[in-house]
Design a protein around this ligand. Structure first.
Ligand SMILES: *Cc1c(COP(=O)(O)O)cnc(C)c1O
Length: 383
């Protein structure tokens, strides 16, 4: 295929480079690219223009020195763990982690002789005891699912560094609009771009971030060798989504706050969990660590349990059941049936993950439309 001449013009929108491989005019050119003397690409699993461009935009968002784009959020976690850990290492992690992350830590990593101690971050004594085991890595989420508890990142970073551990933060629920963990002392960050960052539920991607060149070389190598690179089209879509991240998050946060306050007054709602409300256990921490927005995620407990949730879903079709988050439209999930399905019942009871609990990912609809959906969804007699 002959090259198209653009003359002095340039496309306003970054091109999509689907090519899995790049060609060279001669051996000298190939040599110069391999040695890094001139810029260029070789093979898309190693690097491609859409991933490099996306990584640049993302690194700036997270105040990171580097960013590696991966094929999913889980790939970003696997990459970071595989690149940094070795057999015999200990990991300390929050008990309240994304389900697949818990499986990765407790079911897969032991096969590589890496052992994880799960702790309740509220339990200072348990945390101190776990840190005394000299972990190489401590893993927490900025905002946990579905009870939206915050990690005190500055304090954790200090405790980690005292024992020589790295702090890795999964920032997916908060996004860099609310919080930039690397600025608060964390050493590494991972994000699922599948959620709010790409923002339209049409992409599966992740990213790992850090601030040391040494770790960057390790991650780049491991990503290429294990083959966790993200594909060009998804990177292109994610970069497009990223253009509106700030306005989407600000708008959704405003709506979520108003909706949370409104729902707290509703007779069929037993409990509202939102970090922007003074009755949230981590509200003061959220005021300190977050940018002034409290995010698009909120959880509510319907009086009437599972049947009330079913009624809510059947009586309105605006807020659909879809187990993800961060979309432009408001969606909800039922943690007891999905993310916390296999958790021990006594643990779910302690966390308040009941059959009536719904997690709402607020989108960009006007507040009134969502209120109307809740009015319709909650308008039944047998509550
Ligand atoms: C979705 C999610 C992940 C995994 O991301 P994928 O892109 O689905 O692999 C990791 N952590 C959190 C907190 C998530 O919500």
């Amino acid at each position: 295929m002959s090259e198209i001449e653009l003359g002095p013009t340039r496309p306003l929108v970054p091109p999509l480079y689907c090519s899995a491989v790049y060609s060279f005019p001669d051996l000298d050119a190939l040599e110069a690219v391999y040695r890094g003397q001139v810029s260029g690409f070789v093979y898309a699993r190693d690097a491609h223009p859409n991933a490099v461009s996306l990584a640049r935009s993302l690194a700036s968002w997270e105040s990171a020195k580097w960013c590696m784009v991966t094929a999913s959020g889980m790939a970003a976690l696997a990459l970071t763990l595989m690149a940094l850990l070795r057999a015999g290492d200990v990991v300390v992690a929050s008990r309240r982690l994304y389900g697949r992350t818990l499986q990765l830590l407790t079911e897969e990593l032991p096969r590589w002789q890496v052992h994880t101690y799960l702790v309740d971050l509220d339990d200072t004594a348990a945390l101190a005891a776990a840190l005394a085991r000299r972990p190489r890595l401590v893993l927490v989420e900025t905002l946990s699912n579905p009870t939206l508890r915050l990690a005190d990142i500055p304090r954790l970073a200090q405790l980690c560094h005292e024992v020589g551990a790295h702090l890795l933060v999964d920032n997916t629920f908060a996004t860099p609009v609310l919080c930039q963990p690397l600025r608060l002392g964390a050493d590494f960050v991972v994000e699922s771009l599948t959620k709010m960052l790409a923002g339209h539920s049409d992409v599966t991607l992740g990213a790992a971030f850090g601030r040391e060149d040494e770790a960057w070389e390790r991650l780049r190598r491991v990503c290429t060798i294990f083959g966790w690179t993200g594909n060009p089209f998804d990177c292109w879509l994610a970069e497009r989504g990223l253009q509106t991240l700030a306005v989407r998050m600000q708008q959704a946060s405003r709506t979520a706050q108003a909706l949370a306050d409104w729902l707290a007054q509703h007779p069929r709602i037993r409990r509202v969990i939102y970090p922007g409300r003074p009755d949230h256990p981590d509200h003061d921490l959220a005021r300190r660590l977050f940018s002034g927005n409290y995010g698009n995620m909120l959880s509510i407990e319907l009086a009437g349990g599972r049947e009330a949730v079913n009624q809510f879903l059947r009586r309105q079709d605006k807020i659909v059941l879809a187990p993800s988050l961060g979309d432009v439209r408001t969606i909800c999930t039922h943690p007891a049936s999905t993310s916390h399905r296999y958790a021990p019942p006594e643990e779910n009871a302690r966390e308040g993950i009941t059959d009536g609990l719904l997690r709402i990912s607020v989108g960009l609809e006007p507040l009134e439309e969502l209120q109307e959906a809740f009015r319709r969804g909650l308008d039944f007699a047998d509550a």
